[in-house]
Design a protein around this ligand. Structure first.
Ligand code: ATP
Length: 142
């Protein structure tokens, strides 16, 4: 019987509705799943998870990469990870000032919790997105 060989790399695709945000052969990937961060190495058992806004990290060619992702899904296979995200920005492309303003706006809205005009859920989602962008950018943009 032929011996099964474990993959040593993962082909990672990060896709948003309007573009391919990243495609790389990676040796490890960390996904912000709905129930917490998931560390994936080549040969991982197949799974499907919903994403939560956060930082998606991966190692490729000896370098670490990070993207801020929003809501979406990730499919994990032993040699392939496909991430379908509503939005995804590479750490180096994040506009920190814009994310800070979005965070302030969301926080102001959340303070007005008695105001029926304010959609609390929407404000909370905007706040989570802004925090994910700021956390992701912080490590490389200082
Ligand atoms: P804002 O209120 O600043 O628009 P938002 O969270 O409402 O923030 P989204 O609707 O999540 O923005 O994203 C709209 C588009 O803008 C997406 O393509 C997303 O990748 C991009 N984007 C949003 N914020 C930033 C940012 N701080 N830096 C880079 N791209 C961003």
């Amino acid at each position: 019987m032929a011996e099964a060989t474990l993959p040593t790399q993962i082909q990672l695709d990060i896709v948003t509705p309007d573009r391919l945000a990243a495609r790389d052969d990676v040796t490890a990937v960390t996904i912000p799943g709905k129930d917490g961060y998931l560390g994936i190495l080549p040969g991982h058992a197949p799974l499907l998870t919903e994403l939560a806004p956060g930082e998606l990290k991966y190692s490729a060619g000896g370098a670490e990469h990070a993207l801020a992702v929003d809501w979406g899904f990730a499919e994990v296979l032993p040699d392939r990870v496909i991430v379908l995200a509503q939005t995804a920005e590479r750490a180096e492309d994040i506009d920190v000032e814009r994310a800070e303003k979005a965070k302030e706006r969301a926080e102001e809205r959340l303070k007005r919790f008695t105001d029926p005009e304010v959609d609390m859920e929407r404000a909370q989602e905007a706040l989570r997105r802004a925090i994910a962008r700021l956390e992701t950018a912080k490590k490389i943009q200082g």
